[in-house]
Design a protein around this ligand. Structure first.
Ligand code: ATP
Ligand code: 3PG
Length: 394
C-alpha cells in the first residue's frame, strides 16, 4: 500500500519533493523543453496551496555530459509555471541549503541544486545505505515528509530516490500515482501487444527486447532509431561506417545478444526495411538492399513506417519508447511522426520517454491513451520489473 498526497498533513510541513525535471538542454545551457516541469506542476502547486513548505530535489544530466547543468534555469521556468512563489539555492544539503529550507514560508517552493553534483547520487544503494549518504542524512533532519513524484527516475536506486523514506513518512506525488495506475498491470492490457523500441539507448533496449519476447509480454517487437540500426546490423547488413560507429558505441557489449535474439525470435522481431540519410542537404531514403552508404542513417524510411503501421493497426496494445529518428531536425522527424500517428490505430497506446515526450510535443502528436514521463522507468514497468522508488515508498 502506497500513501499518496491525500494522506499527507501538509499545512506548515517541510516536504522534500523528488521530481524528475531532467530535460533537453540547448547549447547555451538553457532548457530546450519544459514538458517534464509541466508534468510536476499539479503536485507542487497542490502542496503549496495546502500550506506546505516545499523543497524540490531533482537531477539534470549525468556527470561529463553537456546537459549536466545547474537547476537555476529550471527554477526560473518553474517560477513561471507555478502559482506558488519559487526560490532557488545553489546547494542541496549544506548548512546554507538547510537554513533556506528552515526559513521557507508556508506555501512556497525552494528548488535545491542538482542532486548529481554530489558523487553518491550517481551511485546506486540499497535503501538503508542510501539513508546514510551525506545528501539524505544531511537534509532529512530539516524535513517532515518526503514525496516522490519522480516516476521517470524510479528505476534508479539512488539516494534521493530510495533513502528518505527510511527517515521520513513517504508519499507518492500525483505524477507517480497516475503512472503507477496506468502502467502497473501491463499483462492485462489487450493483445496482441506490440513494443516499438526506438531512440538511442541501444544497450537498454536490447535488454528490454529480450525480456518481453522471452516472457511473452510482447507478441511483436518493432525496432527503429539507433536501436533499429543496431538490430539491422545484427542481421548482417552493413549500414556503412558512420552508422556502424554510432550503433556500436551505443550497444556496448550487447550486439551479440541482438544476434541471438534474432536467431531465436526472428519472426517476432522486426528490423527497418529502409533508412533515411542526408545527401546534398536533402532527405534521401535508402532501402536495405542498397546499403551500405557513407552517410549516417538518421531516420527510418517510408517503407518501414508503412510496414510497422500495419502491425500497429492490428495491435491490441501498442507500446512505443524512443523516437524513430533524429526528430530534432524536421526532415528526420518523418519516421517518428508516421510511426506515432500509426500507433494511435492500436486499441490502446502507451508512449514513454524523455525525448519521446518532447518529440510528441514538438511534432504536435496526440491521441495516445497514456503518455508516460518515464523512459527507462516506464520500460522497467512494462517489462514487469519492480521499481526501487516504489518499493521504498511501500
Ligand atoms: N538514427 C538515429 N541516429 C542518431 N540519433 C538518433 C537516431 N534515432 C534517434 N536518435 C536520437 O535518440 C534520442 C532519443 O533517444 P532516447 O533513447 O534517449 O529516447 P527517450 O525517449 O528519451 O528515452 P529515455 O527517457 O529512456 O531516455 C534523440 O535525441 C534522437 O535524436
Ligand atoms: O531521463 C531519464 O530517463 C531519467 O531522468 C533518468 O535519468 P538517467 O538515465 O540519467 O538515470
Amino acid at each position: 500500500m502506497i500513501r499518496t498526497l491525500d494522506d499527507l498533513d501538509a499545512e506548515g510541513a517541510a516536504v522534500g519533493v523528488r521530481v524528475d525535471i531532467n530535460s533537453p538542454v540547448a547549447p547555451d545551457g538553457t532548457l530546450d523543453d519544459d514538458s517534464r516541469l509541466r508534468a510536476h506542476v499539479e503536485t507542487l502547486d497542490e502542496l503549496a496551496a495546502r500550506g506546505a513548505r516545499v523543497a524540490v530535489l531533482a537531477h539534470q544530466g549525468r556527470p561529463g555530459g553537456d546537459d549536466f547543468t545547474s537547476l537555476a534555469d529550471h527554477a526560473e521556468r518553474l517560477s513561471a509555471l507555478l502559482d506558488a512563489p519559487v526560490e532557488y539555492v545553489d546547494a542541496t544539503f549544506s548548512a546554507a541549503a538547510r537554513e533556506r529550507v528552515r526559513s521557507l514560508a508556508d506555501g512556497s517552493v525552494l528548488v535545491l541544486e542538482n542532486t548529481r553534483f554530489y558523487s553518491e547520487e550517481v551511485m546506486q544503494f540499497p535503501p538503508a545505505e542510501a539513508a546514510s549518504t551525506h545528501l539524505v542524512a544531511g537534509l532529512a533532519p530539516v524535513l517532515d515528509a518526503y514525496v516522490n513524484d519522480a516516476f521517470a527516475a524510479a528505476h534508479r536506486s539512488q539516494p534521493s530516490i530510495v533513502g528518505f523514506p527510511e527517515h521520513l513518512p513517504g508519499y507518492a506525488g500525483r505524477v507517480m500515482e497516475r503512472e503507477l495506475d496506468a502502467l502497473g498491470d501491463i499483462a492485462s492490457t489487450p493483445t496482441p501487444r506490440v513494443y516499438c523500441l526506438g531512440g538511442a539507448k541501444v544497450d537498454d533496449s536490447i535488454g528490454v527486447a529480450s525480456t518481453v519476447l522471452e516472457s511473452g509480454l510482447a507478441d511483436v517487437v518493432l525496432t527503429a532509431g539507433v536501436v533499429g540500426n543496431a538490430f539491422l546490423h545484427a542481421t548482417g547488413v552493413d549500414l556503412g561506417p558512420e552508422s556502424t560507429r554510432v550503433l556500436t558505441d551505443r550497444a556496448g557489449d550487447r550486439l551479440a545478444q541482438a544476434e541471438e535474439l534474432l536467431d531465436t525470435y526472428g519472426d517476432r522481431l522486426h528490423v527497418p526495411l529502409d533508412v533515411a540519410v542526408e545527401r546534398d542537404g536533402e532527405r534521401v531514403e535508402v532501402s536495405v538492399e542498397d546499403l551500405p552508404v557513407p552517410e549516417p542513417a538518421m531516420d527510418v524510411g517510408s517503407a518501414t513506417v508503412a510496414a510497422y503501421g500495419d502491425v500497429l493497426a492490428n495491435a491490441g496494445t501498442g507500446i512505443l519508447n524512443g523516437p524513430a529518428g533524429v526528430f530534432e531536425e524536421e526532415r528526420f522527424a518523418v519516421g517518428t511522426r508516421g510511426l506515432f500517428e500509426g500507433a494511435t490505430a492500436a486499441d490502446y497506446t502507451i508512449v514513454g520517454g524523455g525525448d519521446t515526450a518532447s518529440a510528441i510535443r514538438r511534432l504536435g502528436l496526440s491521441g495516445f491513451d497514456h503518455v508516460s514521463t518515464g523512459g527507462g522507468a516506464a520500460l522497467a514497468m512494462l517489462t514487469g520489473e519492480s521499481l526501487p522508488a516504489v518499493e521504498a515508498l511501500r
